[in-house]
Design a protein around this ligand. Sequence first.
Ligand code: FES
Length: 158
Amino acid sequence: MSKILNKILSKYSGDKSDLIPILQDIQSNLGYLSEEAIIAVSKFAGIPESEIYGVATFYTQFRFTPVGKKHVMVCKGTACHVKGAPQIIEGIERHLDIKEGEVTFDMEYSLESVGCLGCCALAPCAMVNEDVESNLTLKDVKKIFSRMKRESKNNDCN
Ligand code: FES
């Protein structure tokens, strides 16, 4: 088992009621719930793997595949859909050369559509990690990724 998983699990008693917090903790540290993590949690808490998958798949917050360093979540709620979210998603797919649910080969970006982000007045909107991008247009897509590329280069230089 990886050191990170060991460290996360050491914070919990192994009680079944800790399952959701443990899964959240793992996802926030590793970015997703790997098969290795599910097996480790199963042994730790004495919960069958099938039950853990059952719980984790019930909640949309959990994912089973890795995400990129910059995870792009485009809102597909009603307000955003009406204001062009499907076109925004297509634009991002073209720009990154991936489909929704995929990660770029360099693990830099991943794309996912989500339900309402709670900022409908700013539709269509998306989140890149913790940052909200609002009133999106197709032109913005290119600008946003150029900006992120520049920021990434600057961070590499520092
Ligand atoms: S519908 Fe997109 S933020 Fe609410």
